[in-house]
Design a protein around this ligand. Structure first.
Ligand SMILES: Cc1cc2nc3c(=O)[nH]c(=O)nc-3n(C[C@H](O)[C@H](O)[C@H](O)COP(=O)(O)O)c2cc1C
Length: 368
């Protein structure tokens, strides 16, 4: 049953503003690695233009790129995108311009994969290879808070204090390039058991210096990156942080620690949170519809900045309900957006909005 046309914009399709950035609706494309940089040089390709561009043309408000590494050794796989040199910056420029021409905004997810770097992508063309890509096959040695490995992967090199300062510098340099590349926003990837989450989690970070141990020590790298990136990024554009709100395991990173971190991030000028979970250690995660939304709500109640919920939000009515209940200010879609680039256009139709605003002119005749 499709409702009659409505006059009042449903929450999902109401514009929002982060700093000076106007976003046409509340629907984000979740960051999703494509592992499609065949040349292994970090330069986004035609695939990335078409993948992100199709979803910009499909009506998403904010496109978040896949995890884009701030340094070669920060890639999850050799096939990841990066933002550590000029050629990558130039290639991204074409993609940001196209997405913006469709009325979308675009954020780059800046990432360092830490001890989960240099892995085989789980794609059919890699024929079931798993674990660490060896150096003879274009892999590299990974780094982490300590030399303890993630289960099934090679042991990383523990970062020295000087190395840590270098990582912060890499994030700042990538932020400078993100501006040159025309991005509207930066999203810092502090989730899913990659480098910054590895420092946050007491199950992974067993360092005894001032980047480890007690809570403030474990949060230090996250806060240093956030503050340094915020200072580098233009004042009128937002910086978003993606967090894992819990490790899903007793004694691990949890929602209380996430609340503490969120408040400190807010004090440092971070503009929005994107709330995911898990990834630092192997854990039993009860996956189901909206399974992470409760964490978004708890964080939303603890801070004043807006919050995005993600995780098995698949249907327009359900996404609208997340916003109406006040669980979150934005919803992000991952897998549903892989199968349906025009999901926001269908959402508009199902929520009774028939103004065609989310269609490029050339597609209007195909409106729902
Ligand atoms: C193919 C694929 C690649 C992903 N890559 C990333 C990534 O680069 N960065 C990230 O933060 N999350 C990544 N994720 C997680 C998604 O952003 C999202 O949080 C997750 O899929 C849950 O949302 P969904 O149920 O709408 O798919 C990826 C997920 C998928 C399916």
């Amino acid at each position: 049953m499709v409702p009659d046309a409505v006059d009042v914009s449903p929450a999902l399709l109401t514009p929002a503003r982060l700093r000076e950035l106007e976003i046409r609706n509340r629907i984000w494309l979740a960051p999703m690695c494509q592992y499609m940089v065949e040349e292994q040089d970090g330069i986004p390709t035609d695939w990335h233009l078409v993948h992100l561009g199709a979803r910009a043309a499909g009506g998403f408000g904010l496109i978040v790129t896949e995890a884009t590494a701030v340094s070669p050794e920060g890639r999850i796989s050799p096939q990841d995108t990066g933002l550590w040199n000029h050629a990558q910056t130039t290639a991204w420029r074409r993609i940001t311009g196209f997405c913006q021409d469709q009325g979308a905004r675009i954020a780059v997810q800046l990432a360092h994969a830490g001890r989960k770097a240099s892995t085989w992508p789980a794609l059919p063309r890699f024929r079931g290879r798993r674990g660490t890509v060896p150096e003879f096959a274009a892999g590299w040695r990974s780094v982490g808070p300590t030399s303890d490995p993630f289960p099934g992967l090679d042991a990383p090199d523990a970062l020295s204090r000087a190395d840590i300062a270098g990582v912060v510098e890499d994030f700042v340099a990538a932020t400078r390039r993100a501006e040159e590349a025309g991005f509207d926003a930066v999203e810092l990837h502090f989730a899913h058991g990659y480098l910054v989450h590895e420092f946050l989690s007491p199950l992974v970070n067993t360092r005894t210096d001032d980047y480890g141990g007690h809570g403030p020590g474990r949060r230090r790298l996250a806060l240093e990156i956030a503050a340094a990136v915020r200072e580098q990024w233009p004042a009128e554009r937002p910086v978003i942080v993606r967090l894992s709100a819990t490790d899903w395991i007793d004694g691990g990173w949890d929602i209380e620690q996430s609340v503490e971190l969120a408040r400190e991030l807010e004090e440092r000028g971070i503009d929005a949170l994107h709330v995911s979970t898990g990834g630092a250690v192997i854990a039993d995660i009860a996956v189901g519809p909206d399974y992470q939304v409760g964490f978004a709500r708890t964080l939303r109640e603890a801070v004043t900045m807006p919050v995005a919920a993600v995780g098995l939000i698949t249907e327009p009515a359900g996404a609208q309900a997340v916003l109406e209940r006040g669980d979150a200010d934005f919803v992000a879609l991952g897998r549903a957006a892989l199968r349906e680039p025009g999901w926001p256009q269908r959402a508009a139709h199902e929520l009774g909005v028939r103004d065609g605003a989310l269609y490029p002119g050339a597609y209007r005749r195909g409106s729902w």
